[in-house]
Ligand binder design. Structure first.
Ligand code: SF4
Length: 327
């Protein structure tokens, strides 16, 4: 592992100041991904700025929304009475996302910023445009079983690994960030990027900005919500395919639907056309199958991940069925 400097800060202003005064510095909180990346020489920051003392651990309801501080631990959010009551989809996604040990360390902000688990990205002897722009994509013609079926580019076909982010995009969350020019708000759907020509950029967060919180507006999806994750090992693994499904049902009819997928794209993949197709339909398997077919339009598989096309459709249907059956 490389040598690096370490600094602990206790206010957001001090965190931003430390960042602007250092070249190649990174914030660290739980460190559950960054430390792994440093051990493998995938990332080599010269300075770590420890932000664990910042007052960003709140989980509170006010003015028609729930606000979650960027440093709230995944376990605190998943077990929060407020989240369980108002946004059970988020709690389910967090519990599906990682082991108890990881959930005890990982923060909300760090979860959003975790990097792809593409094997070629982690192996510094292999080409990877995300790790080293211009070096090529080992996965494109390689073993791409875990890779994208939506939104990929010729430069990168990696998928975003966070389960929490799939629930947050379905819940229309907003990311609050702070930088040298003040605060700004980023709709969650615009926070992560598609790879395009710049797969080295995972998000639209600027290098001099700090995530301070996530907001989730109140909604009527708390009765019928389900996060369904299919993975190779039940004892925690990243998603082959996951689906966040939430329905607002009245008298057996769907008033509104929310759907997003994980494990299929470089960002959490919102399925807005499928959502629209469900509005006004009966909450039954026919409606769910039609929505799943719409959701999978435009999907493109590579040599080893064609199984995701059928799997994705089936997981959408099962997630919607389970969500609808919840009382
Ligand atoms: Fe790198 Fe992306 Fe290709 Fe994986 S898919 S090797 S992360 S460029």
């Amino acid at each position: 592992m490389i040598q690096f400097q370490y600094e602990r800060v206790s206010t957001p202003a001090a965190a931003l100041s430390a960042l602007s005064n250092s070249g190649n510095a990174k914030f660290i909180a739980g460190g559950t991904n960054l430390v792994d990346l440093m051990k493998r020489n995938v990332m080599s920051p010269r300075k770590l700025i420890d932000i664990n003392s910042l007052p960003l651990k709140h989980i509170e309801q006010q003015n028609g929304k729930v606000t979650i501080g960027a440093l709230a631990l995944n376990v605190q959010v998943a077990d929060s009475k407020l989240i369980l009551e108002k946004h059970p989809l988020l709690s389910q996604a967090l519990n599906a996302g990682a082991s108890a040990q990881i959930r005890n360390m990982a923060t909300v902000g760090g979860n959003m910023l975790q990097r792809t688990r593409c094997h070629y990205f982690y192996d510094t002897t292999l080409p990877c445009n995300k790790r080293e722009p211009g070096s090529g994509c080992g996965a494109l013609q390689g073993f791409n079983r875990m890779h994208a079926i939506f939104g990929a580019s010729e430069h990168c076909i990696a998928v975003h690994p966070s389960d929490m982010s799939v629930a947050l995009v379905a819940l229309d969350a907003t990311v609050l960030v702070r930088g040298p020019k003040g605060e700004r708000r980023i709709p969650f759907a615009d926070f992560h990027r598609l790879p395009g020509d710049h797969p080295e950029k995972d998000t639209n967060l600027q290098a001099n900005e700090l995530i301070t919180a996530v907001e989730i507006p109140d909604n009527a999806f708390n009765q019928h919500a389900h996060y369904y994750k299919v993975r190779d090992r039940a004892s925690y693994a990243f998603a082959l395919v996951s689906v966040a499904a939430a329905l607002n049902i009245d008298g057996g009819m769907i008033k509104e639907a929310r759907l997003a997928m994980g494990g299929v794209a470089h960002k959490p993949w919102r399925l807005t056309e499928a959502e629209k197709s469900l509005a006004g339909k009966p909450a039954n398997e026919d409606s769910f199958r039609q929505a799943a077919a719409i959701a999978m339009q435009g999907a493109k598989a590579y040599k080893y991940n064609a199984f995701k096309l059928k799997l994705g459709e089936n997981v959408i249907v099962e997630a919607l069925k389970t969500a609808a059956q919840k009382a």
